[in-house]
Write a protein of this length. Structure first.
Length: 71
């Protein structure tokens, strides 16, 4: 961030200053995404695994019914 202030103080080109601002914002965004990613993944895929387990149990229950019908 200090280098951005130095760039402004040295009166560097507005395009260079703008590029540096974009780089800083992208770095901060990437850090936030890295922090939030595990939470979002757990909320999306964690619930999915629980549903899948209940579906597997449902199939097992159905197969037990077929075995009973066959007897």
């Amino acid at each position: 961030m200090d280098d951005l202030i130095d760039m402004m103080a040295r009166n560097e080109s507005p395009a260079d200053i703008s590029d540096r601002i974009k780089e800083i914002l992208m770095q901060k965004s990437a850090e936030n995404i890295d922090i939030i990613r595990p939470v979002v993944a757990a909320s999306i895929f964690g619930e999915q695994e629980i549903e899948d387990e209940s579906d597997e149990n449902a199939y097992e229950d159905e197969s037990d019914d077929y075995k009973e019908d066959a007897e």
